[in-house]
Design a protein around this ligand. Structure first.
Ligand SMILES: *Cc1c(COP(=O)(O)O)cnc(C)c1O
Length: 373
């Protein structure tokens, strides 16, 4: 049986054409052409006025948080269920991540827990739209407004997701996306910072330029220490092709999810990524969670998928369980419980119906056999 990978980008003729053009002609006075075009197209797709392409989502988050003034002594609230990239920039800036629990259905921030975790030192809330699922943005934005705290959206996994008709990443103080090769759209490596706040945009633009204020007449004159997290023109050429194809890429993710949902109908004690009525899920990563009562665990699932030569992946470990956060006290039973009974399913663009059926069969078999005694 051939191996089924879990993610693999869809990169084809259009991407090749743009990159070849960038390689041959994108130098000298044209060295920023694809970058500018990519930023403009991405901002348009999202419905925001400002975008700055970066070398990674981590870099976009780092600069955005720096521009918001996050620094030593500050606290930043985020869910304990997360990838390290959402927390690392908080640490880079000398601030402290504060981990709170997630909701059982969305696997995203529990707004009540967020409000309870607020202290006079809280500087920001990072809303991560996990696996394409949306955070409750109404509740989080209201909490932010009530306490004068910025809500940041890490939308790396949420291209194509919408909250009440607005794109994920366009609702908070700023949004950050990733174009790593595992994401719905890719530039190889890469990311982007987006915002509707002109002043914040200008601060990040200056930061992204090694602290050189744009429009300054003096050459080689930084006013303060900034960052260097730029996207290259070559990567942006791939990005220009991918953003032209973005509706196709999102539609494919949604079709793959729909097929899984259909194939898993009636399997007892199983839930998949939710899509509340007023939202749209971009379904970056179709994920199966077994109810605790089924007794089916991550280990059982990993073993079954390995035996079938399918690359399924574990649900994120609670960040507080990682070595660098040892000793940090948290009260997040849901984050711990979820990661013990969930698995990410393969969902790459070119996977076939037969591939998906193999995945569905594994889950059905595991469910039928139940937990090992
Ligand atoms: C992939 C990912 C990132 C990191 O993106 P990079 O481009 O690799 O820095 C950050 N946050 C989330 C939620 C992600 O899924």
């Amino acid at each position: 049986m051939s191996r089924i990978h879990y993610t693999k980008p869809s990169v084809g003729e259009l991407e090749s054409r743009y990159v070849l053009d960038a390689v041959q002609h994108g130098w000298g006075e044209r060295c920023y052409e694809y970058i500018t075009r990519f930023e403009k197209s991405f901002a348009e797709h999202l419905g925001v006025p400002y975008a700055i392409a970066t070398s990674s989502c981590t870099g976009a988050l780092h600069m955005g948080m720096a521009a918001l003034g996050v620094g030593p002594g500050d606290e930043v609230i985020l869910a304990n269920t997360n990838w390290i990239a959402s927390a690392a920039p908080i640490d880079y800036l000398g601030a402290t991540p504060v981990f709170v629990d997630v909701l059982a259905d969305s696997w995203c921030l529990d707004p009540e827990q967020v409000e309870r975790a607020i202290t006079p030192r809280t500087k920001a809330i990072v809303a991560v739209h996990l696996y394409g699922n949306l955070c409750d943005m109404d509740a989080l934005l209201a909490i932010g407004a009530r306490h004068g705290i910025a809500v940041i959206e890490d939308a790396a996994e949420a291209i194509g997701s919408q909250w009440r008709g607005k794109a994920a990443g366009s609702l908070g103080a700023f949004g950050a996306f990733s174009f790593h090769g595992t994401k719905t759209m890719t530039t190889g490596e890469g990311g982007i910072f987006v915002t509707s706040d002109k002043a914040l945009y200008e601060r990040v633009l200056t930061l992204s330029n090694h602290g050189r204020v744009s429009g300054s007449k003096r050459q080689f004159w930084p006013d303060f220490i900034g960052f260097k997290y730029k996207m290259s023109n070559l990567q942006a050429a791939i990005g220009c092709a991918q953003i032209e194809r973005v509706e196709e890429l999102i539609a494919r993710k949604r079709a793959i999810f729909a097929r899984y949902a259909d194939g898993l109908l009636g399997v007892p004690g199983v839930s998949l990524n939710p899509q509340p009525a007023h939202s749209r899920n971009g379904y970056w990563m179709p994920t199966v969670v077994f109810d605790a009562e089924t007794g089916i665990t991550r280990e059982t699932l990993i073993e079954a998928f390995q035996a079938a030569n399918i690359d399924a992946r574990v649900f994120f470990w609670p960040l507080s369980s990682l070595p660098m956060f040892e000793g940090v006290s948290v009260d997040t039973p849901m984050a711990f419980s979820l990661s013990g009974r969930a698995i990410n399913l393969p969902s790459y663009h070119d996977m076939t119906d037969a591939d998906q059926q193999r995945v569905i069969d594994v889950i059905r078999d595991v469910s039928r056999q139940g937990s090992p005694a």
